[in-house]
Design a protein around this ligand. Structure first.
Ligand SMILES: C[S@@+](CC[C@H](N)C(=O)[O-])C[C@H]1O[C@@H](n2cnc3c(N)ncnc32)[C@H](O)[C@@H]1O
Length: 485
């Protein structure tokens, strides 16, 4: 007779003192804001909900154990956070995902535990996962396995956000905006909202600008973000009302903005950046066969028209990035070029080592290379250092505690093998990345002494030597173990 096993799923729910990872990613990517409605499906003890509500965001939730009597409600954003991995029955997993998707109006976040995140030694295998000593079940998904699972249940194409987390969008245009925005690494052009001149010749215009401050600020923000001037309907209602009240047309407001805040140079820089972002985005959508790519929203269509003329011109140029991806030597040369521009540095095998924050500064084909790899692995959700090895078709990602520390401790490593389309993750190796400072000169004897001491303390024998990717931050950062932080 087979042994009967009771799985206590609710025991997996923990008390949270900060937003869960999927919720904080939704906030960080601007998908949850003050006006958003949120539903937390499988909300556990409800801490995410309470934290959002405390910020004035309308958040509801349901849980079979902790909140069984709450009503299921449709919402723009639905979270299914770490629920699928605690369910031992495949049909029930599908049911939970299906119901969460039915409630989703705009975007569903699905988060699970993934293979390699936690050591499973000593756990008892059960079905497609493990039983823990607390009587709970855990399935550790492969990142790509979760993509296939979500796709098969929702019929939609999930977007990989970070390892073990996908977003699923209802509308193609929302997905396209998300994909395009996420790769860009922030606006490169800083806007100074203060009028730039106060000379007497412009005084009249400045006074005029002061009567339409919201419209002027929005025009500048959209121009810097999208690399082009906005259409009327892209301004908020507040800005449109402001213009209507003083009877100013959009072209006149734009002219005023360009004379007071937005210089030609700023707009040119923003346009160049947006052009590059669109090229990388276009190439990656083609490579990853993004379905939503065929249905961009009106804002992206305007970007393409303003910056390329038409979609055809954009696709022709993006195709060049795709060709470059198959030319390993060309990629290697781009690696060398990026190092010479000090975006990253080369290690002893001429692999490019780069801080995560600088990936968006790389030339287009290398950004595409990174995009292909992270399509398979998910993008790292914390500070990371990436090592590009195009000649071997590898990308290695070191998740670190602090990428700017002199010797950051690595919390996990992920190797993406693009040739075999495989991802390997190693948890919590406490190795140190020892960095030689290219900008601040060679490392000092005292730093090496501290490193050796830390190495002894951690009981590590292996130390990888990398060239440094940051300027002289080492003196500002005390060497600390992760436990000390
Ligand atoms: C690891 S907790 C996650 C809770 C919460 N989402 C969070 O991130 O803090 C898993 C939760 O899933 C709930 N759960 C179990 N089976 C479920 C099902 N079929 N549908 C929805 N939730 C379920 C459990 O009661 C538990 O509270």
């Amino acid at each position: 007779m087979s042994e009967s096993i009771t799985v206590h799923r609710h025991r997996t729910a923990m008390v949270r003192y900060a937003l869960s990872q999927p919720m904080s990613l939704l906030v960080r990517h601007g998908l949850i804001s003050q006006a958003t409605t949120v539903f937390d499906y499988g909300c556990g003890q409800g801490d995410d909900m309470r934290a959002l509500e405390a910020q004035g965001i309308s958040a509801k939730g349901w849980d079979p154990h902790f909140a069984p009597d709450r009503a299921l409600a449709a919402a723009e954003v639905v979270n299914l956070g770490f629920v699928l991995n605690v369910i031992e029955d495949d049909a029930e997993r599908r049911h939970a995902l299906k119901r969460a998707w039915q409630l989703t109006e705009k975007v569903l976040a699905v988060a699970v535990m993934v293979v390699g995140q936690v050591a499973v030694d000593g756990l008892r295998p059960y079905r497609d996962g493990y039983l823990t000593s607390r009587g709970t079940f855990q399935k550790y998904f492969q990142h790509a396995e979760l993509r296939a699972f979500i796709g098969s249940v929702t019929g939609a194409e999930p977007v990989s956000v970070t390892t073990g987390i996908y977003f699923v969008f209802r509308r193609a245009e929302d997905e396209q905006e998300f994909l395009l925005d996420r790769g860009r690494g922030g606006d490169r052009v800083a806007i100074n909202i203060q009028p730039r001149e106060r000379r007497s010749t412009t005084t009249v215009r400045i006074e005029f600008a002061e009567r339409i401050p919201t419209a002027i600020a929005e025009i500048a923000q959209i121009a810097v973000h999208r690399g082009r001037l906005p259409a009327q309907e892209e301004l908020t209602q507040v800005a449109r009302d402001e213009l209507a009240n003083v009877r100013v047309s959009l072209p006149r407001a734009v002219e005023c903005c360009r004379r007071t805040i937005l210089t030609d140079e700023m707009l040119e820089k923003a346009s160049a950046q947006r052009r590059e972002d669109l090229l990388v985005h276009n190439a990656l959508c083609l490579l990853n066969r993004s379905r939503s790519f065929q249905n961009p929203g009106p804002a992206i269509i305007r970007d393409v028209r303003a910056l390329f003329g038409n979609q055809r011109m954009l696709s022709d140029q993006a195709a060049k990035y795709l060709f470059a991806l198959s030319d390993l030597e060309a990629l290697h040369k781009l690696n060398l070029g990026a190092a010479s521009k000090k975006i990253g540095v080369l290690d002893e095998k001429e692999r490019l080592v780069i801080a995560g924050a600088r990936v968006s500064d790389l030339p287009g084909p290398l950004r595409c290379y990174f995009g292909c790899a992270t399509y398979l692995s998910g993008e790292p959700d914390r500070a990371f250092i990436a090592r590009f090895d195009p000649r071997r078709r590898l990308l290695k990602i070191f998740s670190v505690e602090d990428e700017r520390a002199a010797s950051p401790a690595i919390s996990s490593t992920t190797v993406v093998d693009l040739r075999r389309q495989k991802v390997f993750t190693n948890p919590e190796s406490l190795r140190l990345l020892r960095k030689i400072d290219v900008f601040g000169g060679p490392d000092t004897p005292s730093r090496r002494k501290r490193e050796r001491a830390l190495q002894r303390q951690l009981g590590q024998s292996e130390q990888q030597i990398f060239a440094s990717i940051v300027s002289n931050h080492d003196s500002a950062h005390r060497l600390q173990t992760p436990q000390q932080r």
